[in-house]
Design a protein around this ligand. Structure first.
Ligand SMILES: [Zn+2]
Length: 342
């Protein structure tokens, strides 16, 4: 039922300096659920990058005295929830502190620090940091859900370092609860519903079963979830984490939260080993309140350009204006590299 559609095309040219005939292959792949397309020419990873010499990044990651997320400033510099929402003002778990986003783009929009450290490399995040952060996020979701039944669609997102669009270097995540799903989330929910009506089964669990059978993009699993490299990624090094028994973020119990933290930490270690330093993570959750048979809670992690001055962005006209990605690393090669960490 799951179709991994692809088309292979070739581009011919005479390559300098000898101007011999060169043929490069471009693979167009379609996401099995949404049909969203990406294209892949692995030789593009070898193209020249002007101004991309390795650089000293200490200036960027150095702790400024006024970082609002550092422990000595956080009480004075970050906002508090109103007393009716959260009488303590902020939610604290381990090194995580969760508070309202000072410049929100949603009715319910919180920020949560991940660590007391101003900077951590990707292999510096240990499981407890993520677990505490997710548990603070869960408490926030539960509070919002109790008070505002119209706010149903939760998002847990993490931009790490400026190449991922993070404005503050100090590691932090954002938690949103919205009345309506994002355009892409709505598409996932609708397509999963159509698949269920046609196939009589849950797309996400079928996808994991098929990827496990094929083995090429399957990375690993634990008690609560499975991890695969996306067949038709929208970002470089795109990894999907698919829960076995949850359709929304509020469903997660302690064990599932801990298993999620474990999987994320393993992906981060793999990224670090591959030379990545910046990333985006987002969950894709159904509405809070009841479990959907046709949808499984899932998350995506993608790597972003390495932190360095004048880095080359990886989102150009194709990604930003045509919603189609130009991918440099084969998902199958990514799976092989990450499998060692699972
Ligand atoms: Zn800081």
């Amino acid at each position: 039922m799951i179709e991994f559609a692809k088309v292979l095309r070739h581009s011919e040219l005479l390559a300098p300096p000898a101007f011999e005939r060169d043929s490069q292959s471009i693979e167009y792949r379609q996401d099995p659920l949404t049909g969203v397309r990406c294209r892949l020419n692995v030789r593009r990873a070898r193209r020249p990058r002007q101004g991309q010499e390795p650089a000293d990044i200490s200036q960027v990651i150095q702790k400024p005295s006024d970082c609002p997320f550092c422990p000595e400033n956080i009480e004075q510099a970050t906002p508090q929830f109103t007393a009716d929402l959260c009488p303590q003002g902020r939610i604290k778990r381990g090194q995580s502190c969760l508070f309202p986003n000072l410049f929100p783009f949603a009715e319910h929009h919180a920020t949560a620090t991940l660590t007391h450290d101003h900077f951590l490399p990707l292999d510096g995040f240990h499981q407890q940091l993520l677990e505490d952060n997710l548990s603070a996020a869960a408490e926030y979701l539960a509070i919002v859900h109790r008070r505002d039944k119209a706010a149903r669609f939760p998002l847990y997102i993490w931009n790490h370092l400026p190449p991922s669009a993070a404005s503050i270097v100090h590691p932090h995540v954002q938690i949103l609860v919205e009345r309506r799903p994002t355009t892409y989330q709505r598409r996932l929910l609708a397509a999963s519903g159509r698949y269920f009506r046609k196939a009589g089964s849950n797309y996400w669990q079928d996808l994991v079963a098929e990827e496990r059978r094929r083995g090429e993009r399957y990375i690993g699993d634990n008690r609560s979830l499975s991890v695969i490299a996306s067949y038709a990624p929208q970002g470089n090094r795109e990894v999907q984490i698919i829960f076995k028994e949850a359709s929304n973020l509020l469903d997660l119990d302690e064990r599932q939260t801990s298993d999620f933290a474990e999987a994320v930490v393993k992906v981060l270690r793999g990224y670090h080993r591959m030379g990545a330093s910046s990333l985006n993570l987002s969950t894709f959750s159904a509405a809070m309140g009841h479990r959907l048979e046709h949808y499984s809670l899932n998350a995506k992690i993608i790597s972003r350009p390495t932190l360095q001055p004048f880095y080359k962005n990886d989102a150009g006209f194709l990604e930003r204006l045509h919603y189609e990605a130009d991918i440099e690393l084969e998902p199958e090669a990514l799976a092989r590299a990450l499998r060692a960490h699972f």
